[in-house]
Design a binder for this molecule. Sequence first.
Ligand SMILES: [Zn+2]
Length: 90
Amino acid sequence: MHEKRHFQVLRPREMDEFVKAKDALTERILEIPVEELFKVESVEMEFPEEARIFKSIYCAQCGEPVAEHRARVENGEIVCIPCFNEYSRT
Ligand SMILES: [Zn+2]
């Protein structure tokens, strides 16, 4: 498969110009007083709702805890998803 190119390779002179421009910009950023670079202020914000915690139950096959809503029932046994998938593959 042919890999898609996302950028063109620069010629040595162009590369040189690019590096100079980049260095000049870096220099300018480093010299800007911090108050000009960042705005620091108090903000009001709402915190996201707490995560709902689901009850854990233990897989009848491997014994690992699994969140109740993610558990599966296979032949009347409560199992975790990996164990459930093993059943369905056979
Ligand atoms: Zn399991």
